[in-house]
Design a protein around this ligand. Structure first.
Ligand SMILES: CC(=O)N[C@H]1[C@@H](OP(=O)(O)OP(=O)(O)OC[C@H]2O[C@@H](n3ccc(=O)[nH]c3=O)[C@H](O)[C@@H]2O)O[C@H](CO)[C@@H](O)[C@@H]1O
Ligand SMILES: C=C(OP(=O)(O)O)C(=O)O
Length: 456
C-alpha cells in the first residue's frame, strides 16, 4: 500500500464506495442476518486460473470487492474478455484472445493486491513471458516473494530483474519438478498449482499449504482437466497436461469475513446470522469462539453467532497455517477479548508485524501489551528476531469512542468493531481499505442496526 489515504480512496471508489470516514455511535448490539459471497482468497485465484483454459470459465458468487476489480483489470489488460453472467455475482471469463501486455499497463492495474504474482505460471504457458509489478496486500510484515521465484525457476522459468520490475520467460518451456516449500505458504502453493497443471511431466510439492481456499482451487483445476492428488503430510502431486478447458464453479464462502462478523456479534453483545457460512471450514474458529464464551447455531444455510449473556473468558491463541487458527481471524476477536475476564494471549506466527491495529484499541481504552517473545507456548520463526508478534490483552476494559485510522484490511474491520462496541462516538477514517475484502460492509452495518454517519 502507498500512502494510506490515497490507497483507501482507490479501494473504495473501485467498488462504488465514496466515503472515507464513518462516525459511529457505539454501544448498540448488532442484530440481524447478512449474506456472504465467495472468498476473496479463492475468487481472485480462480479468476487467474481461467487464463489456463482454452474455453471460457464461469465463476459464481464473486463479491464486489476491490481486489476482484484489480484482478479483473489485469485479466482485461491481457486480453481476457470479462463479462457479467446471468445471476448477480457471476462472471464469465473468456481467455480466447490472451495477449502480451506492456509492463506499464500491468503496473497501472496491479493496484494493491498480491494476486499479480500468480499470473506468472499461466502467462508463461500462454505467452512465454510474464512481468511482476510492485505487489500490494496488507503491510503486515515483509512479505517477500522468494518462494515464488525459486519455484518458478525450478520449473524452468528465467527471472530477470530489470529497472522497471521483474520479467520472466520460459525459453525451454516449463517442466514438472520436485519442490519443497520452507514454510507452507498459501501463495507459493498456488503458484505451484497454477504452473504445474500445464507443465510437462509430474510435480511433487512437499510442505504445501492446505487451506480450504487451496482445496477449492484444486477443485477448479480438476474441473478444467487437471489431475491433482493431495496426499498426507502436506504433499501434493500434479500430473501436467497439454491443455485445459474452462470451468463452471461456485466459490467457497468467505470464512474470514464470517469470522469477522462473528467477532462483531460477540464484542457488541449482539446476534448475527451469517448466511452462506459453513461449519467444516470454520471448525477451529468455532472452538475458540465457544471457549471465549460466544454461542453459535449451525443452520442449513449459514451460522448464527451470538453473545449468550454472562462473562467472556480469556484465551490463548496461536495463529497458524490450516488447520490452525487463521491469522486473518485474530484482529476483530482481539476486540472481544478486551471484554473478557482476565488475561488473553495472541501469538501471531504467520506475519511478523500484524499488531499495528492495537494502538487504536489502546487509544479507546483497551489494555494491550505487545511483546517480542513467543508467548503462546511454542517458539515460532519470529522468536529472537526482534518482531513485536505476541499480544497480551487484559480485560475486562470498557472501550470509549476515539478517532482512529484504518491501517490494513482486518485491522480496519477490528476498528469498526471496537467503535461499534465502545461507549460514545468514534470516527474511523480510511475505511476504503476495508472494501478490499468486505463486500457492501456499509449496507451490512445498516442491516445489523449500527448507528453511524458517512463522510467523504
Ligand atoms: C490473497 C490471499 O490469499 N491472502 C492470504 C494469503 O496470503 P499470502 O499467500 O501472501 O501468504 P503466505 O501464506 O504466502 O505467507 C505466509 C508467510 O510466508 C512468508 N513468505 C511467503 C512467500 C514467500 O515467497 N516468502 C515468504 O517468506 C510470508 O512473509 C508470511 O510470513 O495467505 C495468508 C495466510 O493464510 C492470509 O493471511 C492472506 O489473507
Ligand atoms: C492479509 C490479507 O490479505 P492479502 O494477502 O490480500 O493482503 C487478509 O485478507 O487479511
Amino acid at each position: 500500500m502507498n500512502t494510506l489515504g490515497e490507497d483507501a480512496k482507490n479501494h473504495g471508489s473501485a467498488v462504488g464506495l465514496s466515503v472515507d470516514k464513518i462516525t459511529i455511535r457505539g454501544g448498540k448490539p448488532l442484530v440481524g442476518r447478512i449474506e456472504l459471497k465467495g472468498a476473496k482468497n479463492l475468487v481472485t485465484k480462480a479468476m487467474v486460473a481461467a487464463l489456463l483454459g482454452e474455453t471460457p470459465s464461469v465463476l459464481k458468487d464473486v463479491p464486489n470487492i476491490s481486489d476482484v476489480n484489480i484482478v479483473r483489470g489485469l485479466l482485461e489488460v491481457h486480453g481476457v474478455h470479462v463479462s457479467e453472467g446471468a445471476e448477480p455475482g457471476e462472471l464469465i471469463l473468456d481467455p480466447s484472445n490472451v495477449e502480451v501486455a506492456h509492463f506499464a499497463a500491468i503496473d497501472a492495474h496491479a493496484g494493491s493486491s498480491r494476486i499479480p504474482i500468480l499470473f506468472c505460471g499461466p502467462l508463461l504457458h500462454r505467452l512465454g513471458e510474464a512481468f511482476i509489478p510492485d505487489l500490494g496486500g496488507c503491510r503486515i510484515g515483509d512479505r517477500p516473494i522468494d518462494f515464488h521465484l525459486d519455484v518458478l525457476r525450478t520449473f524452468g522459468a528465467v527471472v530477470e530483474k530489470l529497472p522497471s520490475g521483474i520479467r520472466m520467460s520460459a525459453p525451454n518451456g516449463l517442466h514438472g519438478a520436485k519442490v519443497e516449500l520452507p514454510y507452507p505458504s498459501v501463495g507459493a502453493t498456488e503458484q505451484v498449482l497454477l504452473t504445474a497443471v500445464r507443465a510437462e511431466g509430474i510435480t511433487e510439492l512437499k510442505g504445501a499449504a492446505i487451506e480450504p481456499e487451496i482445496m477449492d482451487l484444486i477443485n477448479i483445476l480438476q474441473k478444467m482437466g487437471a489431475t491433482i492428488s493431495v496426499d498426507t503430510d502436506r504433499v501434493i502431486r500434479i500430473e501436467g497436461v497439454k491443455t485445459l478447458r474452462g470451468y463452471t464453479h461456485r466459490s467457497l464462502f468467505d470464512r474470514n469475513e464470517a469470522a469477522s462478523w462473528a467477532a462483531a456479534a460477540l464484542a457488541t453483545e449482539g446476534d448475527i446470522t451469517v448466511g452462506g457460512a459453513r461449519q467444516a471450514e470454520m471448525l477451529t474458529f468455532l472452538n475458540v469462539f465457544r471457549k471465549v464464551g460466544g454461542a453459535f447455531d449451525i443452520l442449513e444455510d449459514g451460522i448464527r453467532f451470538y453473545h449468550p449473556g454472562g462473562e467472556l473468558n480469556p484465551v490463548i491463541i496461536e495463529t497458524g497455517v490450516h488447520p490452525g487458527f487463521m491469522t486473518d481471524w485474530q484482529q476483530p476477536l482481539v476486540v472481544a477479548l478486551t471484554k473478557a475476564q482476565g488475561v488473553s494471549i495472541v501469538h501471531e506466527t504467520v506475519y511478523e508485524q500484524r499488531f499495528g491495529f492495537v494502538d487504536a484499541l489502546v487509544d479507546m481504552g483497551a489494555t494491550i501489551q505487545i511483546h517480542k517473545e513467543c508467548l503462546g507456548g511454542h517458539a515460532c520463526r519470529f522468536g529472537q528476531r526482534n518482531f513485536n508478534h505476541s499480544a497480551v490483552i487484559t480485560g475486562p476494559t470498557k472501550l470509549h469512542g476515539a478517532d482512529v485510522e484504518v491501517p490494513d484490511l482486518r485491522g480496519g474491520f477490528s476498528h469498526l468493531v471496537a467503535a461499534l462496541s465502545a461507549e460514545g462516538t468514534s470516527t474511523v477514517s480510511n475505511v476504503g481499505i476495508i472494501a478490499r475484502g468486505y463486500e457492501n460492509f456499509i449496507s451490512k452495518l445498516e442491516i445489523l442496526g449500527a448507528d453511524f454517519d458517512l463522510e467523504d
